[in-house]
Write a protein that binds this ligand. Structure first.
Ligand code: PNS
Length: 161
């Protein structure tokens, strides 16, 4: 059984995240999407609660049989070990992601060399997408249709109206 962990803050999940999760689900027997409670990258906190973020991911992956969703608040590598996942899959967009991901992969390797970090390149359609930019667009009245799953589109509209 090849089990992979796809971790993230998912505040909220975007079409880009969903693309990476879907492609990972085709490469591994089981994919667990780990939704981080941690706010290390987000000093101002998240827009959506952990429960809301988990709920959006669950609703978005409902049609994919081998994907499960779990929250976590410990080290990524500890969580991966607890799950029995030897692979951690991250999405990589433009070069802007590289330095941060390179640092995380190197430190995670130092902490737990048995866990392999694997990158899936974003498709050109999703290169420009991020949770932050989608939130900004929604707040300023931009059209976010197709950039996020429909449950997130509704939640963002409700939040800004
Ligand atoms: O979607 P994000 O915000 O890029 O995801 C970042 C995430 C959740 C993968 C990262 O913050 C993380 O791994 N958090 C768990 C805590 C941890 O292990 N930190 C040390 C990494 S070297």
């Amino acid at each position: 059984m090849r089990r992979a962990l796809v971790p993230g803050t998912f505040d909220p999940i975007t079409a880009g995240h969903l693309d990476v999760i879907t492609r990972a689900s085709q490469l591994f027997d089981e994919v667990i999407v780990g939704v981080a409670a941690s706010r290390s990258k987000h000093p101002d906190g998240t827009m959506f609660t952990l429960e809301e973020r988990v709920g959006f991911v669950e609703e978005s992956v409902r049609g994919i049989a081998n994907v499960l969703v779990r929250p976590f608040d410990n080290l990524l590598v500890t969580f991966a070990d607890e799950l029995g996942a030897r692979v951690c899959v991250k999405g990589l967009r433009a070069v802007t992601d590289f330095e941060y991901e390179f640092q995380m992969a190197a430190l995670n390797y130092r902490l737990a060399p048995q866990i392999e970090t694997v990158f899936i390149m974003s498709t050109p359609d999703h290169m420009y997408l991020s949770s932050s930019i989608v939130k900004e667009m929604a707040f300023m009245g931009g059209d976010i249709h197709g950039l996020v799953p429909s449950c997130v589109e509704k939640a963002l509209h409700d939040r800004v109206s």
